[in-house]
Design a binder for this molecule. Structure first.
Ligand code: T3D
Length: 263
């Protein structure tokens, strides 16, 4: 698959996107944003065929993603700043937030600005000990965007998210894990081993459970408890009779690992 600013691999149900502008700490140029949108569309199209059953996003070099590219020439920069968010930053993240397979951010270095939003838009964030999260927007006179002003308070509450958004200081990965912003902080040399193992596990897992769990999580903040329970019950009724649930019960009785088919 032809890309200049990222790499996309899909093998054995596992899709991996590696942002690939290491000299700019993988800053989001318009070209990278357009290619990320194209890569996300390819992954999304592979989901119904079960060719993509889990997705991992990481960065090449020592950074995960330093946010909007502040230095590259922007000859095609849209005139209206709302257009740049609407037409470039938001479309790939929209697919990422809505895709029905588990998504993992393997944060190998700094995740700043929209790069932090991109990482936090994944279902599972695992970060290297040397990585950090930086709500950089305030340092360049902007407000948090690409969902950061929603994602941070949701995860951290007011006190900690206000500190991050107003102070614009790096939050080390270890603290991010301690605060519950991310799933896990691991040693640098273990990052891709741990994230890769998770990716493999998801690619072999019960796909229908994953997609329904994600729908439940998305719906929960807007739902009342009775509505949420109703939604759980409806999903459970569908899943209980699925081939995968039957296979899991049979495998349990046979004392062997289940083989899931996403049906
Ligand atoms: O429509 C819109 O555009 C609005 C959308 C906004 C979304 C946003 O994301 S706003 C936030 C944009 N990002 C930033 O403000 C972060 C800027 N970068 C930094 O603060 C620092 O670079 C880091 C804290 C991320 C990393 O610091 P450090 O000391 O580890 O590395 P460095 O030396 O600063 O950077 C290494 C190289 O990457 C350097 O290039 P050089 O000097 O070696 O040629 C640096 O210029 C480059 N780089 C880092 N961040 C960016 C970048 N180049 C372009 N854009 C960047 N964002």
């Amino acid at each position: 698959m032809e890309f200049e600013t990222l790499k996309l691999e899909i093998a054995d149900g596992a899709a991996t996107i590696t942002l690939n502008r290491p000299d700019r700490l993988n800053a989001l140029s318009f070209q990278l944003l357009a290619e990320l949108h194209r890569a996300m569309r390819i992954v999304a199209a592979a989901v119904p065929k079960r060719e993509a059953r889990a997705l991992l996003i990481t960065g090449a070099g020592r950074g995960f993603c330093s946010g909007a590219d502040l230095t590259a020439p922007r000859p095609n920069d849209p005139q209206d700043p709302k257009e740049s968010l609407r037409d470039y930053f938001l479309p790939p993240v929209h697919i990422l937030k809505n895709i029905g397979i588990p998504t993992i951010a393997a944060v190998n270095g700094v995740a700043a600005g929209a790069g932090m939003s991109l990482a936090l838009s994944c279902d599972i964030v695992v970060a290297a000990r040397s990585a950090s999260f930086l709500s950089a927007f305030v340092n360049i006179g902007l407000v948090p965007d690409v969902g950061a002003s929603w994602l941070l308070p949701q995860a951290l509450g007011d006190a900690r998210s206000a500190g991050m958004m107003l102070l614009g200081e790096k939050l080390p990965a270890e603290k991010a894990a301690e605060w519950g912003l991310i799933w896990k902080c691991v040693e640098d040399d273990q990052l891709m081993t741990e994230a890769g193992a998770m990716l493999k596990k998801f690619a072999a897992g019960a796909g229908m459970s994953y997609s329904r769990i994600k729908q439940l999580m998305r719906a929960a903040p807007q739902n009342t408890l009775p509505l949420q329970i109703q939604m759980e019950s409806e999903f459970q009724a569908v899943l209980r009779d699925s081939e995968d649930a039957q296979e899991a019960r049979k495998a349990f009785a046979d004392k062997r690992p289940p083989v899931f088919k996403g049906r």
